[in-house]
Design a protein around this ligand. Structure first.
Ligand code: PLP
Length: 379
């Protein structure tokens, strides 16, 4: 028998409730029945994003909403600041480049969070900056960026907005969009929303919608103005991934039932257990100072090859964890705990890590990690 488990930071494991709903016969997206689904999703997403404004849903992976957050907000000649502390920060820069937007990168050492003071200095010295693009949780390094503090800085500049890629942030930790004054928040379905890949989300503040009004960059599929108009009519501009919408209604119901704060607390606890476990095994965290509760990136001592370990996870236990990317390749593995995970899921993956490391010759006391996790997870 070969059981499979996903512990990658997207796609993540799915609840049977969601899978079963998606297996129901498909409905037509221009029927009143679908409009009801759409209306419920709109409310559920506003609850999750903590905004009074609409959250638009696109049939694309998360990058689609990121692209839209550049092409709909900026205009020719505008400049942007891009926080580059990992693969996904780099992606903001690549999107800006594709649209001819000059950007000032803030290169942050991988594993570290950005210092908001740097953003203030650049905004003060360059009046052409119109947008600051950042991650809430940089999935390639496991870092959580201080988006609340970044928003505090950007708020003081009438001509600039802050746009947050919260693809592994929304539904993991508290990101009160309106209360913190975030101008744009984008997310994706295959993470804490407990769905397969295929949907992306974008919500904008009133300030950001004014930027949309004057934006002259080319856009077609990801046309936020058009999508907003349709969203308000419980429609999407083009044929949506209907089954994913049905699944989304279910996962949003599950999140509401558990309660937003309880969801955040669960993630906090699973993350804390994982961090304590790896430390008890004598391993180091890749992002010790500002870790995200979405995933834990674990560093290995010389002699333990992260790529090989990742392969063994799958071969021996059917478990998919993520390896390091680019400069972190071979040096780390990333264990996810965002979305449909509970306490014993983490015990399982930590136990597998212990067995594999022991077999690879790493010296530590077998059971030390599981024990440390249990101490966090009991009660
Ligand atoms: C922080 C972050 N941003 C962007 C993306 C890209 O999303 P997608 O692969 O859904 O386009 C991911 C996916 O892993 C992510 O974790």
């Amino acid at each position: 028998m070969e059981k499979k488990y996903l512990f990658s930071p997207g796609p993540t494991m799915l609840p049977p409730e969601v899978l079963l709903k998606m297996a129901e016969p498909i409905m037509h997206h221009r029927e009143p029945e679908f409009e009801k689904v759409f209306a419920e999703i709109r409310e559920g997403l506003k609850y999750l994003f903590q905004t009074k404004n609409e959250v638009m849903t696109f049939t694309s992976s998360g990058t689609g909403a990121m692209e839209g957050a550049v092409s709909n907000l900026l205009s020719t000649g505008d400049k942007a600041i891009v926080i580059r502390g990992g693969k996904f920060g780099e992606r903001w820069g690549e999107i800006c480049k594709a649209y001819g937007i000059e950007f000032v990168p803030i290169d942050v050492e991988w594993g570290k969070a950005v210092d908001p003071k740097r953003i203030q200095e650049i905004l003060q010295s360059d009046p052409k900056i119109r947008a600051v693009y950042t991650q809430a949780s940089e999935t390639s390094t496991g870092v959580k960026h201080p988006i609340r503090e970044i928003a505090e800085v950007v708020k003081r500049f009438d001509n600039a907005v802050v746009i947050v890629d919260a693809i592994t942030g929304i539904g993991v930790f508290d990101i009160p969009m309106d209360a913190w004054g975030l101008d744009g928040v984008v997310s994706g379905s295959q993470k804490a929303l407990m769905l397969p890949p295929g949907l992306s989300f974008a919500a904008l503040s009133d300030k950001a919608w004014k930027f949309v009004e004057r934006s002259n960059l080319p856009k077609y599929y990801f046309d936020f103005k058009k999508e907003l108009k349709n969203t308000k009519k419980n429609q999407s501009s083009y044929t949506p991934a209907i089954s994913l919408f049905i699944g989304l209604r279910e996962s949003l119901r599950m999140i509401r039932k558990e309660g937003r704060e309880a969801v955040f607390r669960r993630h906090e606890r699973l993350a804390e257990a994982t961090r304590r476990a790896v430390k008890a095994m004598g391993l180091d965290l890749y992002a010790p100072d500002s870790p995200s509760n979405a995933l834990t990136a674990v560093k290995f001592p010389a002699g333990i090859d992260g790529e090989k370990l990742k392969a063994l996870f799958f071969e021996k236990f059917g478990i998919t964890v993520a390896e390091g990317q680019e400069q972190a390749k071979g040096k780390i593995i990333r264990i996810a705990h965002l979305g449909y995970y509970d306490r014993l899921d983490m015990i399982m993956v930590i136990s597998a890590l212990e067995m594999l490391l022991k077999e690879m010759g790493y010296g530590f006391e077998l059971g030390a990690g599981v024990r440390a996790a249990e101490e966090v997870l009991m009660g």
